[in-house]
Design a protein around this ligand. Sequence first.
Ligand code: RIB
Ligand code: CA
Length: 311
Amino acid sequence: MSPTPLILDVDTGVDDALALLYAAASPEVELIGATTVMGNVTVAQGASRPLVRDHEPFPVVHGERGLGHAELPVPSRAPSSRTAAQFLVESARDRPGEVMLVATGPLTNVALALAEEPRLPDLLAGFALMGGSYAQGGNATPAAEANTWVDPDAAQAVFRGFAGRVETKLPRCVGLDVTQRVQLSREGLASMVAPAPGSSIGTFLGDAVPFYIEFYERTHDFGGACMHDPLALALAIDPSMATWTSTRVEVEADGTWTRGMTVTDLDGIRHSPWPVGWEPEDNALVALDVDAPAFMDVFVHRLRSLVERQT
Ligand code: RIB
Ligand code: CA
């Protein structure tokens, strides 16, 4: 079976970078493009600010440049002259039904692409996002996960834009409910780089990931750093590693305490025989459980194989 064309929309981010490496190590997909969005850091090519509000990056989590202590070589290729939204729309129009989109940052680029092409949900082969928290609290605030908190207006536009599609065309939403259960430990990192620690990828992992692990060691007792974005990609490739529920999500954009909260109707209250004020159509497939050991095994194995190929 030929690999599925994949676009990753990232706000790199150490875990975004690990998702890019996971894509390179996964035979099921062919990475045809990466688009950038503000979030963990500030960017130039994709959306550099949210749709409506101001933006503050998260250097404490990922470092000033978003990659811990890693220094990357000067890129050998120039970025596309197209905006991220243009690239997303043109890729989907050029290859209808073929391209998988995975967003691992705020949904600003996806919202801009939807505004340009409302048929985007139908043109994509599939769409998965790392963002939100559907049956638990947040991480940027007690109510909101970071990606939907940074640009709640974009997140709301995306959930509205996908509403009413058949289940295979709904966004696969990979939120904190499952991403906080998959952590990369220092031992797991050591296993990844063991075949060639001095190689370019081995060196990058050794320079970038410890900064991210140290953040979690200071702030949580998870035993490692959450692999939010690699899990979103892995579940887009193999949804069987998670348990999914089709539902409706509305994103709070204005609440003082709840800005960015992904309000999720898991009990179907929107269908009640009184005026609830919610549209009835489902607009999301949310992951509520995950086989964490199965994911960590394939994740560490594939990145280790990528390092091995450098020897
Ligand atoms: O809340 C976690 C998400 O916010 C991840 O995608 C991380 O990279 C940051 O973007
Ligand atoms: Ca991210």
